[in-house]
Design a binder for this molecule. Sequence first.
Ligand SMILES: *[C@@H]1O[C@H](CO)[C@@H](O)[C@H](O)[C@H]1NC(C)=O
Ligand SMILES: *[C@@H]1O[C@H](CO)[C@@H](O)[C@H](O)[C@H]1NC(C)=O
Length: 401
Amino acid sequence: MMTAHPWRPYVLLVLAISIPLLLFESLFSHLIFVNRARPRIKRFAELPLRFRYDGTFKILQVADMHFGNGKATRCKDVLDSEFEWCSDLNTTRFLRRMIEAERPDLIAFTGDNIFGPSATDAAESLFRAFAPAMESMIPWAAILGNHDQESSMNREELMSLVSLMDYSVSQVNPPSAGGTMRIEGFGNYHIKVHGAPGSGLDNTSILNLYFLDSGDRVVVSGRKTYGWIRESQLNWVHSISQQSQLQVESQSLSPALAFFHIPIPEVRDLWFKKIKGTFQEYVACSFVNSGVLNTLVSMRDVKAVFFGHDHLNDFCGELNHISVCYGGGFGYHAYGRAGWPRRARVIKAELRKGSKTWMGIQNILTWKRIDDERLTKIDDQVLWSHADDEEEDSSHSQKDV
Ligand SMILES: *[C@@H]1O[C@H](CO)[C@@H](O)[C@H](O)[C@H]1NC(C)=O
Ligand SMILES: *[C@@H]1O[C@H](CO)[C@@H](O)[C@H](O)[C@H]1NC(C)=O
């Protein structure tokens, strides 16, 4: 035996030395090689979020990435000439370019982040889908759509994982909801945006962001339909809004924005009204109207609502003095229309200049960028202006007189 394999003792010797070395390296390398250290705890975003010194706060809305497995997942609805070299990596590239072009203060992913049926491993797909956000170190928030859970994880697991990812400010549900108040769904949370540093509003949330879970699919009286925002969620968001308004000393409310995935039934009425953007697809929502619009109107602070779900709609319209906007389809593995570029929405809030410092919010603006060579900016518009509310207030007081 020994003569047949004269190399054997040497191999054994090499193994005897290298195995403990490898073990040692894998166990202690994080102590020795500082630059290779990979702490396994979450990297936290700095909270609270706040306006910049220049008096602005910018949000990038990413609707319907529909991420699958990455490189091997082909694009849908692109031109025949584009098909061969198009995959999920184009979605990743578009996200990187959008982040670079806009440098937002927050990225809001409004659901169908992954497309379950095409994602072999949900966790892996989520990590890939959100990678550009994590790499950018910009705080980001995500909620679920109706396709995220169609892979290897349920909605609660998905939201838990999303809340634990680097720089994510997402939450499964508010901590207070653990007690007497049970909220339906997963991914209902409130993000505060404080005033500019040194403005005197450093410790005040002057822009509130409400994220809500609009569910997936449900069977109601034997009929299949999409999910909707439930009463427990509406009660919660209403109470949060009342609380935050009590904390604001000045008379004018801190405006709020709401984000969810599935549009509300009233969006259909906009077919007959003035809109900015494209309305080229039927509004696919639940046939149950749970009174989301009425609740948002009664809260008084919500000035605009952002959702996704219908990839071929990207318009903003107005319902009862609240702006309602689609993000427009973002992902390349999501259905779309060949020749109608993928797109993303940007939302920007600007502060009012006082005599010495920044005051509350002056304007809420929005625009979109399409994924062409120059990321062309389109449909710039003002969604809300401080002056609008003053007019409303004065018309109320005139009526009172
Ligand atoms: C996808 O990305 C590749 C290179 O990264 C590019 O050549 C191709 O044009 C992109 N396809 C589309 C439809 O944007
Ligand atoms: C905000 O809170 C910090 C810490 O409690 C305090 O030092 C600071 O003075 C507060 N700023 C304002 C404008 O109230």
